[in-house]
Design a protein around this ligand. Structure first.
Ligand code: ATP
Length: 274
């Protein structure tokens, strides 16, 4: 069975257990959002699910084979990871950065099809006009979309085998329209048969696009299920420290979280008109 799954997964870093006893999984065509307060262990979990980080105990299984048994070149064809802050300091043309995503598929011999797919992925994220620009001249949000296009090219819109897209806060530097658009595109890849695991801080985007939401806090999975079972006033108060109203939006049909107040500080401030 095709699935990316963590079973009793714990990860230790720097002498501390960062994620503990995690059980969750995603299948091709499913969209799992991972939410939780800062420092909850979401990126660490994603790192372990991608095979980049080794688990301390438990297992990560990718299509019925243990993650640690996958050959790296085959793993790169199977899943693409978009880290929170991809490091790239060389002024490559944008198109070349996106073509790096095709490397596991083409072995470094760029074909006409690779080029078409790379440009198509740039178009999907709205920056095809930047294809020839030097990566280092781009804004933060533009860079984030280049890397998003790179991982889209890696999982490949043209393929029909089981594959997975792991996204760590892919919208953190994007304006509201591009954030929505990025998740819509991820959802479209999901409909093409890609399993998507996406760490998100925006609970409303998670509610809108995910089939399942996993709530992590203090390194543990606190809740997992359909958005209405996880985005509850009680769970948000307990794990995020916010008082929230949760409503069914009449137009989208998705849950909407309206934060009424936080419990992090007792200080009140008055807004000053500019
Ligand atoms: N190599 C490391 N050594 C020690 N502690 C680490 C290491 N990497 C991460 N941590 C700690 O583990 C915790 C979880 O980190 P992680 O990046 O997984 O959280 P997160 O939920 O993704 O947070 P955020 O939402 O802020 O990105 C944090 O407290 C972090 O400081």
């Amino acid at each position: 069975m095709s699935e990316l799954r963590a079973t009793n997964l714990s990860v230790r870093l720097g002498g501390e257990t960062i994620v503990e006893e995690i059980n969750l999984g995603v299948r091709p065509g499913e969209f799992l959002a991972v939410v939780g307060p800062s420092g909850a262990g979401k990126s660490t979990l994603l790192g372990a699910l991608s095979g980049e980080l080794k688990g301390e105990s438990g297992a990560v299984m990718l299509d019925e084979r243990e993650m640690k048994r996958w050959r790296l070149d085959l793993l790169a064809r199977k899943r693409a990871l978009l880290p929170q802050s991809p490091a790239l300091t060389f002024p490559f043309p944008v198109i070349d950065v996106v073509l790096m995503g095709r490397q596991p598929l083409n072995g470094g011999r760029v074909s006409r099809v690779d080029e078409v797919i790379a440009r198509d992925c740039l178009r999907l994220v709205g920056i095809e006009h930047l294809a020839e620009r030097a990566y280092t001249t781009l804004s933060g949000g533009e860079r984030q979309r280049v890397h998003f296009a790179r991982v889209l090219a890696q999982v490949g819109p043209e393929r029909d085998d089981a594959r997975y897209l792991l996204l760590d806060e892919p919208t953190s530097q994007l304006d509201v329209a591009h954030a929505f658009s990025a998740l819509r595109v991820a959802r479209e890849f999901c409909e093409l048969g890609v399993g998507v695991i996406c760490v998100l801080h925006d609970l409303n985007l998670a509610a809108r696009f995910a089939d399942t939401i996993a709530l992590m806090a203090q390194g543990r999975l606190q809740a997992i299920g359909a958005p209405q079972h996880v985005l509850t006033t009680d769970l948000l108060a307990t794990h995020f420290g916010v008082d929230a109203d949760i409503v069914d939006h009449p137009l989208t049909g998705a849950l909407q979280v309206v934060v009424l107040g936080d419990r992090l500080s007792q200080t009140t401030t008055e807004a000053t008109p500019c």
